[in-house]
Design a binder for this molecule. Structure first.
Ligand code: NAD
Length: 500
């Protein structure tokens, strides 16, 4: 189903939704063995949408057994790359055919603007699966430069059973960033979506099997982090854990691995990304458009959110004025309304956390330029105003910690050196933006910034051809997207032959 971005069409599509709420294990839906369920809520209204299977250790164990059986059986892991490609391309076609439904599920459970879900999240999801599918029959293994008495083949093999644990901020897209490369490389996957946003992942798994993925090659176990997530992290028969979420929980996955089977762990975690504006910037209107997008897109619930604007004092006031003027056009509203640019926070407790950061900013002496309050409380939903603080010091709580809400901190600086120093003075290092007309400064500062992605004169996470992930506490041992993501879901094997 495609979805016309028009209110009446959206309303009737919501009514027609057929929700998947059971776990997806061994190619079919089943309730949690305990029979337990948890409520999933629409954060824009505070109303319960459905009751989802609450998987725990017993269900994760079932899913891992099914994944292992599929892996050992070889129907997927030993399928030719060409045929794996065909299945994944069919999967992408089915995602496209059901794009409207997936967009609605992410909008309803995630509080995300429907326009973003339709125009960005779901198309990027489809593109990711297609991109990884297309690479499969174009990758070659290697032969080592030994002498003529030997032949040493260096092969890449799938790791085995991959446990993927993902966040709620881009539900279909985060699933695709794991599934594209992990399935593409021939692994079996047990996927745990965030408990706030389970339903699009369940539907994706159903479509994957419809596309020809053998049962067991992809299982989805909805549930809580401490039960289902931890069970994956500690499972003795999971070969690799691929995690995206907070740095705090990322650390736990390292512990789970150390205390279980030393499974390989890759972490994509939080950020506090700087947007650096030097004294000789390009057109301020263009910077303002990028800066607003970087700070407020997806309600700031974005790992690469450009939440710190580190700007030369000579251009600060003019730029902040333009940013504020533009930010006022970012309507906070019902995520199902196509005119909405800023939806709700994911849940009540998260809204309260964001508001507590705003209160900290006020009490630490930052100047409120706009916003600073809860919005639309009459809706029953969890909305926060688009908020800008000026005169922020990099040591303030709002400049140091990941807020994960629509809050921009403006930090004035006097020089390029100070800008780089403050940009790097963070435990995180996921992304950074840099604005300058000076080509030398662009190269110099881009290299000096300690971040996985540095975008120059724009805000960008790159595209599917570029790796995405972080320095420092923003990540560990891996990257999403691109051929580098594919490789991390493989083991390197050497086959050494003596030629007699
Ligand atoms: P979170 O860490 O709370 O949860 C992420 C996942 O981990 C969820 O599925 C959750 O159920 C699970 N989990 C929670 N506690 C667990 C536990 N004790 N054991 C095992 N699993 C557990 O993060 P979130 O609030 O869902 O997402 C927001 C975070 O994700 C932010 O920090 C954001 O920066 C980060 N993020 C990073 C990227 C990236 O690519 N680097 C992308 C998106 C989001």
């Amino acid at each position: 189903m495609s979805l016309a971005l028009e209110s009446a069409a959206i309303e009737s599509a919501v009514l027609a939704l057929d929700l998947r709420t059971d776990a997806f294990i061994d190619g079919r839906f089943s309730p949690a063995r305990s029979g337990k369920r948890f409520a999933t809520e629409n954060p824009a209204t505070g109303k319960v949408i459905a009751q989802v299977a609450a998987c725990d250790l017993a269900d994760v164990d079932r899913a891992v057994q099914s994944a292992r059986k599929a892996f050992e059986g070889g129907a997927w892991s030993r399928m030719s790359p060409l045929n794996r490609k065909k299945v994944l391309l069919k999967f992408a076609d089915l995602l496209e055919a059901n794009a409207g439904e997936l967009a609605l599920l992410d909008c309803l459970e995630g509080g995300k603007p429907i326009g973003d879900c339709v125009n960005t999240d779901v198309p990027e999801t489809i593109h990711c699966i297609r991109w990884h599918a297309e690479t499969l029959d174009k990758i070659y293994d290697r032969v080592a430069p030994t002498g003529p008495e030997n032949l040493a083949m260096i092969l890449r093999e799938p790791v085995g059973v991959v446990g993927a644990v993902i966040p709620w901020n881009f539900p279909t897209q985060m699933a695709a960033w794991k599934l594209g490369p992990a399935l593409g490389a021939g692994n079996s996957v047990v996927l745990k979506p965030a408990e706030q946003t389970s339903m699009s992942a369940l539907r994706m798994a159903e479509l994957a099997v419809e596309a020809g993925l053998p049962p067991g090659a992809l299982n989805v176990v909805p549930g809580m982090g401490e039960t289902a997530g931890q069970a994956i992290g500690r499972h003795m028969d999971v070969d690799m854990a691929a995690f995206t979420g907070s740095t705090e929980v990322g650390r736990l996955f390292l512990r789970y691995s150390a205390e279980s089977n030393l499974k390989r762990v890759i972490l994509e975690c939080g950020g506090k990304s700087p947007q650096v504006v030097l004294a000789d910037p390009p057109e301020l209107d263009t910077i303002a458009a990028h800066a607003v997008n970087a700070a407020f897109w997806n309600m700031g619930e974005n790992c690469s959110c450009g939440s710190r604007l580190i700007v030369h004092e000579s251009v600060k006031d003019a730029l902040v004025e333009k940013i504020a003027a533009l930010a006022h056009t970012w309507t906070v509203g019902n995520p199902l309304d196509p005119a909405t640019r800023v939806g709700s926070m994911i849940e009540k407790s998260h809204m309260e956390k964001v508001l507590s950061y705003i209160a900290a900013g006020k009490s630490e002496g930052a100047k409120v330029v706009m916003g600073g309050n809860r919005a639309l409380s009459e809706s029953g939903g969890y909305f926060v105003d688009v908020t800008i603080f000026d005169e922020v010091a990099n040591g303030m709580k709002i400049a140091r910690e990941e807020i994960f809400g629509p809050v921009l901190s403006v930090i004035p600086v006097k020089s390029e050196e100070e800008a780089v120093k403050l940009a790097n003075e963070s435990n995180y290092g996921l992304a950074a933006s840099l604005y300058t007309r000076d080509l030398n400064a662009a190269h110099r500062v881009a290299r000096a910034l300690r971040a996985g992605t540095v975008s120059v004169n724009c805000f960008s996470e790159g595209d599917m051809t570029t790796p995405f992930g972080g320095y420092k506490e923003s990540g560990f041992a891996g990257r999403d997207k691109s051929i580098f993501a594919h490789e991390q879901y493989t083991e390197l094997k050497t086959i050494w032959m003596q030629i007699g």
